[in-house]
Ligand binder design. Structure first.
Ligand code: XUL
Ligand code: CO
Length: 437
């Protein structure tokens, strides 16, 4: 069945094209810094938003019809979503998808039946993967929607709830391995607290780590070779979430000895909710060797919640790809954890959204490569720290000095020179020149 029969294959037509259903910048086979765009940008479709989200918000119900010719909540509908999803990805040339267990098959109140449904739908997905060459980027278990997770999953006060989380993770790992997923994500949406008056934070963190340790043991046991990821987010739905940001998640992983098996999945809108730039959290992950994958979206600077918009700001995508290129690329990919705005409810809008996201990242890649090739910014940063390349600076760097030595040196100097201009405005102008030349 053809669900998007008014839309053909989306082609690259170049920056002058006015055809809304064409790529202006994403040219899959174009070589940038020695690799095709397709290789630099492993785009993924998020099953939940794209095939499941109809625009329901706190004040109103769905505006978009995502029934795909079947009754939502039925297995017929779950199968239709598989067909629609693969047609959508093929038409756009999106090479990967990401899923939660409950996105692919409707959950029932019996674990055995839910798992049987997941088996049935994942067989269908496997067939479509074989027919199209589309791959699974990562899988995960939804441990936040069902009311049992009101106090978290690993961090729940209830041991029975903890066992359900374990059961869901086991099944989601089985399916991720069955679909040959590159990664497995933990997004701890409800792993956190509302008030410390009722919370044993240390106990909850130990328990979250126990659950992840069991996931690693089980996953490695069934042949999962990919990376586990934590996807940091500071708040929403909980007031305080334990995986606050990249730095916090890395500290947690090291403390519990999970850092060899885990990397991070950095989401733009989560970084900004934590009060950072997207680039900041990417840098923190990269410099710790933990930049694994990216949830590519954006927030709105005027709104304080997770709006999951499609990325469009080319400054942001450029700085993101600048970090990715400098880190040597991603082991994961770029998952559009993003949804159409509620009034963009037609199926053309679904395509416009992915075209916007893919073109914004293609442009970001081109501009990030140009920034690197231009070299002025990198050279400036190196030069800025050049006082550590010789003399007393080199001694500090090599660990060949002490507070007493340095104090004697400072006394001899009497007064240091000013550290040199940071040249922020000049560097921003370089960036504009490269972006808009
Ligand atoms: C929620 C979010 C999730 C994760 C997967 O903010 O980003 O969709 O990506 O559970
Ligand atoms: Co996400």
């Amino acid at each position: 069945m053809d669900f998007f029969n008014t839309i053909g294959k989306i082609m690259y037509e170049g920056p002058k094209s006015k055809n809304p259903l064409s790529f202006k910048f994403y040219d899959a086979e174009r070589i940038v810094l020695g690799k095709t765009m397709k290789n630099h940008l492993p785009f993924a479709m998020a099953w939940w938003h794209n095939l499941g989200g109809g625009g329901t918000d706190m004040f109103g119900r769905d505006t978009a019809d995502k029934s795909f010719g079947a009754v939502p909540g039925t297995m017929e509908h779950a199968h239709a979503k598989v067909e629609a999803g693969f047609e959508f990805m093929e038409k756009l040339g999106v090479g990967y998808f990401c899923f939660h267990d409950v996105d692919i098959a409707p959950e029932t109140d019996n674990l055995l039946e839910t798992n049987r449904r997941i088996d049935e739908i994942s067989d269908h997905i496997l067939e479509k993967m074989a027919a199209t060459g589309i791959e699974c980027l990562w899988g995960t278990a939804n441990m936040f929607t069902n009311p049992r997770y009101m106090n978290g999953a690993g961090s729940s006060n209830s041991a029975d709830v903890f066992t359900f989380a374990a059961a869901q993770i086991k099944k989601a790992l089985d399916i991720t391995v069955k679909l040959d997923g590159k990664g497995y994500v933990f997004w701890g949406g409800r792993e956190g607290y509302e008030t410390l008056l009722n919370t044993d934070m240390q106990f909850e963190l130990d328990n979250c780590a126990r659950l992840m340790t069991m996931a690693v043991e089980y996953g490695r046991g069934i042949g999962f070779k990919g990376d586990f990821y934590i996807e940091p987010k500071p708040k929403e739905p909980m007031k305080h979430q334990y995986d606050f940001d990249a730095a916090t998640a890395i500290g947690f992983l090291r403390r519990y000895g999970l850092d060899k098996d885990f990397k991070l999945n950095i989401e733009a809108n989560h970084a900004t909710l934590a009060g950072h730039t997207f680039q900041h959290d990417l840098r923190v992950a990269a410099m710790n060797g933990m930049l694994g994958s990216i949830d590519a979206n954006t927030g709105d600077p005027l709104l304080g919640w997770d709006t999951d918009e499609f990325p469009f700001d080319v400054y942001d995508t450029t700085l993101c790809m600048y970090e990715v290129l400098r880190a040597g690329g991603l082991t994961g990919g770029l998952n559009f954890d993003a949804k159409n705005r509620r009034p963009s409810y037609t199926c053309e809008d679904m395509f416009h959204a992915y075209i916007l996201g893919m073109d914004s990242f293609a442009l970001g890649l081109i501009k990030a490569a140009a920034l690197i090739e231009d070299g002025r910014i990198d050279r400036f940063v190196r030069q800025r720290y050049s006082s550590y390349e010789s003399g007393i600076g080199k001694k500090i760097r090599d660990g060949n000095t002490s507070l007493a030595d340095l104090s004697a040196y400072a006394e001899m100097l009497g007064k240091p020179e000013l550290p040199g201009s940071g040249r922020q405005e000049y560097l921003q102008a370089v960036m504009n020149q490269i972006l808009f030349d």
